[in-house]
Design a protein around this ligand. Structure first.
Ligand code: IMP
Length: 189
């Protein structure tokens, strides 16, 4: 069993990442809170790589990072890489997004998730990306999940992420798709 440091401070993300990685020959530990990494990249991939790389180097261990967010077509891809910084709380972020989108009839949006794994020297060993397409509802629905889940509706399942079971969100979400590609490759490192 090898140690893998999870480079996140987001409890929702951590819970989902733990579900994908449990029983996979890695012992997960959480990055110390005081290790604060600035997300200075301009893409999800760049931010995932810099979080994984800097955490791995600081800890001298393997590290995994997820950078993710919601891109709304009618808002030219906003909030995108700024999804976490769009408001102070999930409620405020959702309220701002709904206000900015207003009555716009184009509700198309996609969730994007980039995952990176870095070796203890900071070099990137694996990178994957998953995308889940959906629509932004006019008001929140459902109690599960975290972040923008209550307003992100997936037409194929006729549910928001917040209405889905954990298992279903785990399969169809951007993070689920990124992990689906990652897990077979993880066995090779
Ligand atoms: P970051 O990757 O830490 O920069 O933050 C990503 C932000 O995107 C989170 O704080 C959430 O607001 C949002 N986000 C990412 N993944 C999800 C998800 O699965 N559901 C809902 N919101 C998400």
């Amino acid at each position: 069993m090898r140690k893998l440091v999870v480079a996140t401070g987001n409890p929702g993300k951590l819970q989902e990442m733990e579900e994908y990685l449990t029983g996979k020959n890695w012992i997960l530990t959480l990055k110390p809170q005081e290790l604060d990494i600035q997300e200075t990249g301009t893409t999800f991939r760049e931010n995932a790589c810099l979080k994984a790389s800097q955490t791995a180097q600081a800890m001298g261990e393997w590290a995994i990072a997820d950078d993710s967010g919601l891109a709304v077509e009618a808002l030219n891809g906003a909030p995108g890489i700024y999804s976490a910084r769009y408001g102070a709380t999930d409620t405020e972020r959702i309220a701002r997004l709904l206000k900015e989108l207003g009555d716009n009839s184009n509700r198309k949006a996609q969730f994007i998730c980039a995952i990176a794994i870095a070796a203890p020297d900071g070099s990137i060993a694996l990178e994957t990306e998953g995308i889940c397409r959906g629509e932004i509802l006019k008001s929140p629905r459902g109690q599960g999940g975290f972040g923008y889940d209550p307003i992100f509706y997936v037409p194929q399942w006729q549910q928001t992420f917040a209405e889905m079971t954990r298992q279903r969100k785990g399969k169809v979400s951007h993070r689920g798709l990124a992990f689906e590609q990652l897990l077979p490759q993880l066995k090779t490192i």
